[in-house]
Design a protein around this ligand. Structure first.
Ligand code: ASP
Length: 321
């Protein structure tokens, strides 16, 4: 009897040691693109927002919270900031309307939710999670998605909440320069997060206003599971940013994990080679990724990508170039 008790106690000690020694961490991005002209003030504000968001999201993981909660929290924080092209700071389509896309995925059971072409939901990432958890579907778009958001009790805002003179000017300037319906590679970026929690669950999420001067109704890669967002326990989690049409055609987010799973590549090799291959066909962008051991990769083939990470192994690291 005493031996049995001792045995159970030692298993308990061993498993609690394993739990406390488990790796965990989070990475976020604020878009890839032409960052050369950012002023010092803009850089400071961006770095500050990314740092604060990471620190708060990391606390969720440290306290034993789930990766999906940390991802939702981080993406929603960035959506609330006018500094990024998602939620409040979304860019305009060619009709001077902001249409937003977002997705989230839980690598634990591959549950996923996505929304596209929505106009008045304060936090598209929260709606994507509700789609995942409360419906039998993966993606809802437009008015149907907005009606569901009301039923789900999410915050609806007036379209004026998203108004941005800067983004309107950006659109009008783009229209003068380009033939109509030519999308623009924005300097401000889509946002995303990937996380691994202490239980080994990986999650990923992405949110965007898309590309300036896009056609009304155009949907990019951000809400497409496998392109903009992918999470698979024991392999990796990815959130992409860049020229969405290519990221859809090359299934970038899933491809990073597929090469790890089937080719035995590590996270760095897998994600960097994909970005190099995209560059060869003039497809520009970047991604953030985390693997089952809390290694983080953040390759890009543009002149900058707003990014940062913090894990139990590596302290806070925030960069633009
Ligand atoms: N990937 C986004 C889209 O194509 C844009 C971006 O990441 O900058 O909608």
């Amino acid at each position: 009897m005493r031996i049995k008790t001792l045995f159970i106690f030692s298993i308990f000690l061993h498993s609690s040691f394993l739990m406390s020694s488990a790796n965990f961490g989070i990475a976020v991005h604020g878009g890839a693109g032409v960052m050369k002209n950012l002023s010092e003030d803009q850089k400071d504000k961006i770095e500050d927002k990314i740092s604060k968001t990471l620190i708060e999201a990391f606390k969720i993981l440290e306290q034993g919270g789930s990766s999906i909660d940390a991802v939702e929290f981080a993406v929603a924080e960035l959506e609330d900031s006018p500094l990024f092209n998602a939620g409040r700071g979304s860019v305009y389509n060619s009709d001077e309307i902001q249409e937003m896309d977002a997705s989230i995925m839980n690598g634990n059971d591959r549950s996923a939710g996505a929304v596209a072409s929505i106009k008045k939901i304060k936090n598209p990432i929260k709606l994507a999670r509700k789609v995942s958890e409360l419906t039998e579907h993966v993606m809802l778009v437009g008015e149907g998605a907005e009606k569901f958001a009301m039923d789900a009790g999410l915050e609806i805002v007036d379209e004026s909440y998203f108004y941005s003179e800067k983004n309107l000017k950006r659109l009008r300037k783009a229209k003068q320069k380009t033939a109509s319906n030519t999308i623009v590679h924005d300097r401000i970026g889509t946002v995303g997060a990937v996380a691994l929690d202490k239980n080994g669950n990986i999650a990923a999420g992405t949110s965007t206003g898309g590309m300036t001067n896009k056609m009304p109704g155009r949907v990019g890669d951000s809400p497409i599971i496998g392109s903009g967002t992918w999470a698979q326990n024991n392999v990796c989690g990815v959130s992409s940013t860049g020229h969405g049409e290519y990221f859809i055609k090359y299934q970038v987010a899933k491809e990073v994990c597929t090469r790890i799973e089937y080719l035995g590549k590590n996270l760095k090799e897998s994600s960097e080679t994909i970005l190099m291959e995209l560059e060869e066909i003039e497809a520009y962008g970047g991604l953030i990724a985390i693997d089952k051991d809390a290694n983080v990769a953040a390759p890009f083939n543009t002149d900058g990508m707003i990014r940062g990470s913090i894990t139990n192994k590596e302290e806070l690291n925030v960069r633009i170039y």
